[in-house]
Design a protein. Structure first.
Length: 610
């Protein structure tokens, strides 16, 4: 019987490894830029074409590589970062496995130009699908220049499952942001299809945050600092008023490396308990400095999941530091005891006789429309007043007064034969400002007023998007909303859908947009926060499918414009909600799957009262 177990060829093994390390173009950016940081570069330039599908180029002025090192760097597990297993517990570099470059070379065509400062001439190495195509001397500056072309050209299935260019570019910029934020001592540039997106100079941490996300964020940042024998914590957290439902910038870094840590995230959120509404997210940019032996980064190929030896004590330190920052720098009105030149405030004297309340004298019989010289308004002659019998002119013109909300002004036709609301009572009862209770044939119907209104508005906005018939209302004073370059990419993709809803945004340059018009019926809503939440929702859902964009935008807008819990409604308003709800395509659930109503059957009521 012949042997069946065989060693895989290096090219196949590299492709398998690339499946974990190189998942999309953003993974290439992350690995190459981190290598440039490890090489000691203080200037790094990133250029992508077609969101990395066509080419990705990363240029740095680091220490570079010799001719031998350039060739050896593309071999599996070849690295300059560690020498023995114990080095894994004293890591000070971003990379250490030696898997990134061979994984990239296994699924793309790579050209490397590199030179060390001690060499007079550099080397140019060309590799395609793990095979060296050529190597020759070349004249180039000190550092490394990686050109990665035709990513996944030899793995069609992987290339097929890449998302749209907008989605992939958004992922690239997210990976780029995580590196540039924690390395403000390095100058970065980023170009997409020849257009400069970022040009970041060397600066401090706070200035780097401002350069990335706009000047407006600077006024919302509170410094956080804690220095203990266990760890050192520095960075910034947002003021309570900067909380958002979605799209808050939240970053943890440990020893210069981005990480995800839900446990520490909970510590930050706990510090804002009772300061922000439930569900709102606070922006934060927090850096941890710990001993390398106290953390383990060798858990996942992406190196974003990191284990701490002392998680619970650090959790306490983090929460205390954030609480101190919020309490120390939060605006508290001071009491001014300087009364010089201030008006006297009378002191209450229980023995002094109270002054009589002022009275207003008026004639209850006065009618400006009666032809009486005694009551003729000043400036009008007797002939200019209204003639007798003026009331007849307005007979038949009395109409039912419209309610405040435009949603009740037009009542759609109720579906006929709907068994749920057959013989529905015209009288309704509102319970605790949250639920509408009404008697129906089968028992007692309980409707969540907010969720019902979300369903009504959602279907109305979806019709507007499909028909492009959204009514706009110009704003008297346009408000300006600031977006980061990554958010601007998403905004450009969803702009046609937002215009279909009735929004009108004008590009003012530098990521600033002026909101010129909004959909009708959004009175009293913070438009800037609404637009930010809609863009954040589109970024979370992805911008590759138009229908998904429409649903996300319509749901986000409906949630913002819907009647909130706690708003008192009149019987006519409740009747309008019930009728419009049962004219919708789905009366039982909101667009995100939450129940809207419940029928307490007559038999259940009788059973409970036995």
């Amino acid at each position: 019987m012949s042997d069946i177990i065989q060693l895989l060829p290096d090219s196949v093994a590299n492709q398998i490894a690339a499946g974990e390390v190189i998942q999309r173009p953003a993974s290439v950016i992350k690995e190459l830029v981190e290598n440039a940081v490890d090489a000691g570069a203080d200037e790094i330039h990133v250029m992508v074409v077609d969101a990395g599908r066509t080419s990705i180029q990363v240029i740095d002025n680091g220490k570079g590589m010799s001719e031998t090192d350039a060739r050896l760097a593309f071999e599996r597990h070849a690295t300059s970062k560690i020498r023995k297993a114990d080095d894994l517990f004293a890591l000070t570099t971003m990379g250490f496995r030696g898997e990134a470059l061979p994984s990239i070379a296994a699924v793309a065509q790579v050209e490397l130009k590199t030179r060390m400062e001690t060499d007079e001439i550099g080397t140019c190495l060309s590799i395609s699908a793990s095979k060296v195509v050529g190597q020759e001397p070349v004249s180039c500056p000190v550092g490394s220049n990686f050109m990665v072309s035709n990513l996944f050209f030899n793995v069609p299935a992987r290339r097929k499952f890449l998302k749209s260019n907008a989605t992939e570019l958004n992922n690239i910029m997210a990976a780029f942001e995580r590196i540039v934020l924690v390395n403000p001592q390095i100058a970065f540039t980023f170009h997409s299809n020849g257009v400069e997106v970022y040009n970041l100079r060397k600066c401090g941490f706070r200035q780097r945050i401002v350069d990335m996300y706009g000047k407006k964020i600077s006024q919302d940042l509170l410094p956080v600092e804690a220095d203990t024998t266990m760890c050192k914590i520095t960075g910034f957290v947002g003021k309570p008023e900067s909380a958002r439902k979605k799209g808050a910038h939240q970053f943890f870094f440990v020893n210069g490396r981005f990480m995800r840590h839900p446990y520490f995230h909970k510590a930050v959120q706990s510090a804002y308990e009772r300061l922000v509404p439930t569900g709102d997210q606070i922006p934060y940019f927090i850096c941890f400095e710990v001993r390398p032996e106290d953390i383990d980064v060798n858990i996942h190929p992406t190196k974003t999941e990191i284990k701490f030896d002392n998680e619970q004590p650090i959790w306490q330190i983090l929460m205390a530091a954030v609480k101190e920052a919020v309490g120390k720098f939060n605006d508290v009105p001071s009491i001014d005891f300087d009364t010089v030149g201030k008006p006297d405030i009378p002191v209450f004297n229980p023995f002094q006789q109270a002054v009589d309340m002022p009275k207003v004298n008026y004639d209850p019989q006065y009618n400006p429309f009666k032809s009486s010289s005694k009551h003729t308004p000043k400036g009008l002659s007797q002939e200019q007043t209204a003639p007798a019998g003026w009331e007849k002119l307005y007979e038949g013109l009395q109409q039912e007064q419209p309610t405040e909300s435009s949603i009740f002004q037009q009542q759609p036709e109720q579906k006929e034969g709907d068994s749920l609301i057959a013989e529905k009572s015209p009288a309704h009862y509102q319970y605790k400002g949250m639920y509408i209770m009404t008697a129906v044939k089968s028992g007692l119907m309980i409707v969540d007023q907010h969720r019902a209104h979300v369903r009504i508005l959602y279907e109305a906005y979806m019709r507007q998007l499909n028909e492009r018939t959204g009514d706009s209302q110009k704003v008297l004073f346009p408000e300006v909303v600031q977006f980061s370059p990554a958010e601007t990419v998403v905004l450009q993709q969803v702009m046609p859908e937002m215009e279909g809803l009735g929004f009108e945004l004008t590009d003012m340059g530098g990521g600033s947009y002026a909101i010129q018009a909004v959909p009708v019926g959004l009175e009293g809503i913070n438009i800037v926060s609404l637009v930010r939440n809609m863009v954040a929702t589109a970024a979370e859902k992805g911008v590759s499918v138009a229908d998904e964009i429409n649903r996300s935008l319509a749901l986000s807008l409906a949630r913002s414009a819907a009647i909130p819990h706690g708003q008192v409604l009149g019987n006519e308003e409740m009747e309008g909600i019930i009728n419009q709800l049962f004219a919708c395509g789905n009366v039982n659930y909101t667009p995100d799957g939450k129940p809207i109503l419940y029928i307490l059957r007559q038999q259940e009521i009788e059973h409970l009262l036995k």
